[in-house]
Design a protein around this ligand. Structure first.
Ligand code: GSH
Length: 61
């Protein structure tokens, strides 16, 4: 069984950076989806992201 990991993050987010480090140390492949925390008033507040993560924070794995 294989699971595709998706990391929603922002390049300046230290919390997302820590998850990238952990995934790298584990050797896990993942795809990244950028969530811009400033653009458009913060894409973490957009309805489509809020549906994925009601906390409206990155990272989301
Ligand atoms: N305890 C959370 C912290 C997540 C967090 O604070 N993320 C910040 C970026 S580092 C964020 O999404 N901020 C967006 C906002 O406050 O609207 C975690 O470790 O995942």
């Amino acid at each position: 069984m294989s699971t595709e990991l998706t990391l929603y993050g922002y390049w300046r987010s230290s919390a997302a950076y820590r998850v990238r480090i952990a995934l790298s140390l584990k050797g896990l492949a993942y795809r990244q989806v950028p969530v811009h925390l400033v653009k458009d008033g913060g894409q973490q507040r957009a309805a489509d992201y809020r549906a994925l993560n009601p906390q409206q924070l990155v990272p989301l794995l």
